[in-house]
Design a protein around this ligand. Structure first.
Ligand SMILES: [Zn+2]
Length: 839
C-alpha cells in the first residue's frame, strides 16, 4: 500500500502543519461517554444488567414495523420454521448454558464456593449490578484491560488472565472454570482487549484506534477539503494529428502550455508515453504478458519521438530572449523526462513542442482497431505525450504504465484538429468547432433537433452509409475535424467510414448524448443512446449534474473504457450487459473525469465509487435482472474473501495477482463497502449529501484517500476509523455469531442473547428475535459494542421470552459464516438456559 509505505517520508516543506489541528480520537469519545454517565444518574442505572439498555438498543418492534423493509414476514416464518427444525417450540427453563460452539453445554454456573448457583443453588436477584467481568488470581494482571462501568451492558469479558481454575462472574452468574478449552473460549474476548492478541488478531483497541492518516496541512485540511494553500498544475494542449489508414498509424504535433502552480522550481518535467507498453521489451509485458485483457496482444510498437523542444521565447522583464531549441530528454519505459532550458519558477509557464508518431499495432488495451462490416473502427486513446502529474503528495507521479493500472492526469484545455479520410465520421472529446466543414446541412439540422428531443434522432442512418450525400462535398481526400474542450484531463477519439450515428438531448438539452456504431451492431445499439440518457440523468439528479456538453458512446474493439465526454463499449449481444457497461463508463464522468484521483495507485477511488453508483442505477433500468457481478455484489466478494487469495483494496492495480482480485479490490469490494456504509451503517439521508459534498470539494482536483475518509467523517459526524481500516486496509472478514440464550426472571423476565464477534471485522449487529408468543422483534446494536471485547450480551425485556435468534436475517452484511448466525443451531435443543443471579 503505497500511501503507508510513504508515510515515513516527511511532508513537503510547503505543506505547513497547522498546529493543534487534529481529529479527535476514540479515546476522547470514550472519555466523554464516561463523563456523561457520571453526570446523569439514569446512565448509572443503565449499568445495571437488568436495567434495559434502551439507549443502546433500538427496538424496531414487530418485524413488519421495522424500517419498512420487505420480507419481515418471511423472516418471521423463517425463524419459526428454524425453531421447529431445531427441535424446540417454546423456551423452557434449563440450568445449562448452551453454547453454539460445538453445541456443547457450558458447565453450570457455580458460586465461588463451588455450589450451584442456578436451579438448586442460592440466587440473587437479577437486578444486581453487573459484575466485574473476570476475577483472576492476584498478581496475574499483566496486559489486562479492565474498565468497569464501560462494559456495563453485557460484556462478558474485558480483561484477561490465564491460570485456571478461577471464577468468572458472567452476567450475574458465577462460573467455576476448570476446562482449558472452555477457558480459551471464554477468554477470546479478553485477549482481544489488547491491541493484538497472541494469535496476531487485532484487539478492540487496535480496531477502533484513530486511523493513522497523513497529518493535515494547509494544502489538505483536517476536514477532508482542499486547504487554503491547495495548488494544482495545469496543462493546456493544442494538437494537430493525421490518421493514416494505409499504414494504420497516427502522426501528430502538439504544443503543451504547462503552468507551474506549485511552490517549487522545476528543472525538468515528466510526460507519459503509454504506447511504449505495447512491445515485448516493456515492463508491462514482463509482468503481465500479452494475453490478459490489458496485455500487449503481441504488439511490437512504441511511440516514435520526432521532435522535443520549445518555441522561441521573447524577451521579457528579467528574461533574455531565446531562440526555438530542442530540449534534451530521456525515455524511461512509458515515461519521458524533458530537461528544461531554464528553471521553471513557481507561477511560471513552460511551452513544450513535440512531434511524434506511432502505429496502432495489434493492441486492444483501452483502445484499438476493429475490422468489421467491411471497414475499420479506430478507437484512439493514450495516443499523444501527456503531462505526468506533479502534486503536493508525491511530487512527480512516475508509476510506469503496465496495463492494469489506469491514469493520473492534469486538468486543462484541449484544442485538437484531427485530419482523417473525408468519408470518415469522427467522435471525440469536446465540442466540434467546424461542423459546417465536416457535416452536411441535414446532419447539422438533425443534431440541432436531437438536443431538444426526448426521442433518439438518427444523424447518419444505416441506409446512408456509403452515400456521398452523407458527407459534405469536397475535392480533398481528407477533412480536418476540430474539437475543443475545457476542464478535462484527457482527449480520446474514434473514427470509421461506416458509423451509424444517433443522438438525444440529456438534462433538458444541456448535453447531447450520441452513439456511433457499425451496421451489424444496430439491433442492440439503436437503444444505446437512450441507455446513456437514462444513466446520465440519474447520476445528474442523484449526485451532481453532468458538466459537459457531449457524451459519446462508441462501439468498437475495446470492451469498456472511459474518457472525458467519450466512452468505448463493445457489447453487441446482451441488453443487460450493454446497459451495464454504458452506465458504468458514463459513471466514470464523476470519477475520475471530474474528481481526478490517482487511478494507478488508488483504483478503488474511481472504479469502486463508480461501481457503487452503478449498484443503484442498474436496477432502475432492469429491476428484475441480477446485478452485474462487480457492482457491489456481496456474493462475489464473499467468494473472494474466503478464497485465501484476497488482496487489500488499498493495493495498486498493477499489484493484483489475478483478474478476479483486480475486479474485487478495485470495483466490487469498495462498492459493497459503500453500500454498507450508506444503507446499513448510516442511512441514505445522512450519506448522500456527504458523498455529494466530496464530489463538490474535489471536482477538477486531485483527492487522496485521506481526503475522502476525512470528508465522509466530517459530514457524517462519525469516527469511521474502524470501518476504513478493516474494509479498505485489510482483508479481515466479518463473522458474527450467536452462542446461546439464557432467561432470568427473578426481577422480571429478561432474555440474554450471548453474541460473539468471531471474525476480525467489526460491524453493527442486526438481530431478528422470535419470541415465545410467536411474535418477532428487531434489535440493532451499534458497532461500538465490539470496542470493548469480542463478546456481548444483548438484553431483551420480558414478559415475552426469546425463543429464537437470527443475526442479519436478511443477509445485509457480508458475513462469511452464516451457520453460527442462528440460535438455536440446526439440530440443537432450543431451550434457553435460565441465567442465575449474581451472588
Ligand atoms: Zn471502470
Amino acid at each position: 500500500m503505497r500511501s503507508r509505505d510513504r508515510a515515513a517520508i516527511p511532508a513537503p516543506a510547503h505543506a505547513r502543519l497547522r498546529p493543534g489541528v487534529r481529529l479527535s480520537g476514540n479515546r476522547a469519545g470514550l472519555a466523554s461517554r464516561q463523563a456523561r454517565r457520571r453526570a446523569h444518574p439514569s446512565a448509572a442505572a443503565a449499568r445495571r444488567p437488568d436495567h434495559l439498555p434502551f439507549q443502546q438498543v433500538r427496538h424496531r418492534g414487530p418485524l413488519d414495523g421495522g424500517r419498512g423493509r420487505s420480507g419481515s414476514s418471511v423472516v418471521r416464518a423463517d425463524l419459526a420454521a428454524h425453531l421447529r427444525q431445531a427441535g424446540g417450540e417454546t423456551p423452557a427453563r434449563d440450568v445449562r448454558l448452551w453454547s453454539a460452539v460445538g453445541n456443547r453445554p457450558v458447565p453450570r454456573p457455580r458460586s465461588r464456593s463451588g455450589r450451584s448457583s442456578t436451579a438448586g443453588g442460592r440466587r440473587r436477584g437479577d437486578s444486581a449490578r453487573v459484575a466485574p467481568a473476570i476475577r483472576r488470581p492476584r498478581g496475574d494482571r499483566r496486559g489486562c484491560v479492565h474498565e468497569p462501568g464501560l462494559g456495563a451492558i453485557g460484556h462478558a469479558g474485558t480483561s484477561c488472565c490465564f491460570r485456571p481454575p478461577f471464577d468468572i462472574l458472567l452476567e450475574g452468574a458465577t462460573v467455576r472454570v476448570s476446562s482449558a478449552s472452555l477457558l480459551c473460549w471464554l477468554l477470546a474476548g479478553p485477549l482481544a482487549a489488547q491491541d493484538t492478541s497472541a494469535s496476531g488478531r487485532p484487539g478492540p483497541e487496535a480496531r477502533f484506534r484513530r486511523l493513522d492518516l497523513p497529518a493535515p496541512t494547509a494544502l489538505r485540511s483536517a476536514n477532508g477539503a482542499p486547504g487554503p494553500a491547495y495548488w494544482q498544475q495545469r496543462a493546456d494542449y493544442v494538437i494537430r494529428a493525421t490518421l493514416d489508414t494505409a499504414i494504420r498509424s497516427v502522426r501528430g504535433e502538439e504544443r503543451i502550455t504547462y503552468s507551474n502552480n506549485s511552490p517549487d522550481t522545476l528543472r525538468f518535467v515528466w510526460l507519459q508515453l503509454d504506447q511504449n507498453l505495447f512491445n515485448s521489451d516493456s515492463r508491462g509485458f514482463r509482468v503481465f504478458g500479452q494475453d490478459p485483457r490489458f496485455g500487449t496482444k503481441g504488439a511490437e510498437v512504441s511511440v516514435r519521438l520526432l521532435k522535443v523542444g520549445e518555441p522561441a521565447v521573447p524577451r521579457a522583464r528579467g528574461r533574455a530572449a531565446a531562440p526555438a531549441a530542442a530540449l534534451p530528454y530521456v525515455v524511461n519505459g512509458t515515461l519521458l523526462r524533458i530537461d528544461l532550458a531554464r528553471p521553471l519558477p513557481p507561477g511560471g509557464r513552460q511551452i513544450l513542442e513535440l512531434e511524434w508518431s506511432f502505429p496502432f499495432g495489434a493492441n486492444s488495451n483501452r483502445m484499438g482497431l476493429e475490422d468489421i462490416d467491411g471497414a475499420t473502427i479506430y478507437e484512439v486513446a493514450q495516443w499523444y505525450p501527456r503531462m505526468a502529474v506533479y502534486d503536493d503528495v508525491r511530487g512527480w507521479n512516475t508509476e510506469q504504465y503496465m496495463g492494469q493500472g489506469e491514469f493520473y492526469l492534469e486538468y486543462g484545455s484541449f484544442d485538437v484538429s484531427l485530419t482523417v479520410p473525408a468519408d470518415m465520421l469522427v467522435a471525440a472529446t469536446g465540442t466540434l468547432r467546424n461542423p459546417d466543414e465536416v457535416l452536411t446541412a441535414a446532419q447539422r439540422a438533425r443534431l440541432a433537433r436531437a438536443r431538444t428531443s426526448a426521442e433518439t434522432v438518427v444523424i447518419r442512418g444505416k441506409n446512408e452509409i456509403g452515400s456521398s450525400d452523407s458527407r459534405p462535398p469536397t475535392q480533398d481526400p481528407s477533412l480536418t475535424w476540430r474539437f475543443t474542450a475545457d476542464s478535462v484531463r484527457d482527449f480520446a477519439w474514434a473514427a470509421a467510414r461506416h458509423f451509424i450515428w444517433d443522438a438525444v438531448g440529456v438534462n433538458g438539452g444541456k448535453t447531447l448524448a450520441m452513439s456511433f456504431y457499425p451496421p451489424s451492431a444496430e439491433p442492440q445499439w439503436k437503444d444505446a443512446t437512450q441507455y446513456a440518457k437514462t444513466a446520465i440523468e440519474y447520476y445528474s439528479t442523484q449526485w451532481s449534474p453532468y458538466p459537459y456538453p457531449y457524451a459519446s458512446n462508441v462501439n468498437g474493439i475495446e470492451g469498456g473504457m472511459e474518457y472525458p465526454m467519450i466512452v468505448f463499449c463493445r457489447n453487441r449481444t446482451d441488453p443487460h450487459a450493454l446497459y451495464s457497461v454504458t452506465d458504468h463508463e458514463f459513471g466514470h464522468t464523476w470519477f475520475p473525469m471530474v474528481v481526478g484521483n490517482n487511478e494507478r495507485l488508488h483504483g478503488w477511488m474511481d472504479e469502486g465509487f463508480n461501481s457503487f453508483m452503478n449498484h443503484y442505477s442498474f436496477p432502475r433500468k432492469f429491476p428484475d435482472a441480477p446485478l452485474p457481478s462487480s457492482r457491489g455484489v456481496q456474493e462475489t466478494y464473499l467468494k473472494n474473501a474466503v478464497s485465501g487469495d484476497e488482496q487489500r483494496i488499498m493495493s495498486p492495480a498493477d499489484r493484483m495477482r489475478s483478474n478476479e482480485n483486480w475486479r474485487q479490490a478495485l470495483y466490487n469490494k469498495p462498492a459493497v463497502g459503500l453500500v454498507l456504509l450508506r444503507d446499513q451503517i448510516t442511512s441514505p439521508e445522512r450519506f448522500d449529501p456527504v458523498f455529494r459534498e466530496y464530489i463538490r470539494r474535489w471536482s477538477y482536483k486531485h483527492p487522496a484517500p485521506a481526503d475522502f475518509f476525512r470528508t465522509m467523517e466530517d459530514g457524517l459526524g462519525e469516527d469511521l476509523s474502524w470501518f476504513w481500516r478493516s474494509w479498505f486496509y485489510t482483508t479481515e472478514r466479518l463473522d458474527q455469531a450467536v452462542d446461546s440464550v439464557a432467561i432470568s426472571d427473578s426481577a422480571g423476565v429478561i432474555s440474554r442473547v450471548y453474541l460473539r464477534n468471531a471474525g476480525a471485522m467489526p460491524m453493527p449487529v442486526e438481530l431478528a428475535l422470535l419470541m415465545d408468543d410467536g411474535t418477532t422483534q428487531r434489535l440493532r446494536l451499534p458497532v461500538e459494542i465490539w470496542g470493548l471485547g469480542d463478546r456481548y450480551t444483548a438484553l431483551v425485556p420480558g414478559p415475552r421470552k426469546v425463543s429464537g435468534v437470527i443475526i442479519d436475517a436478511e443477509g445485509l452484511y457480508p458475513d462469511v459464516e452464516r451457520a453460527n448466525n442462528r440460535w438455536p443451531a440446526a439440530g440443537a435443543p432450543s431451550k434457553p438456559a435460565r441465567a442465575s443471579g449474581r451472588r
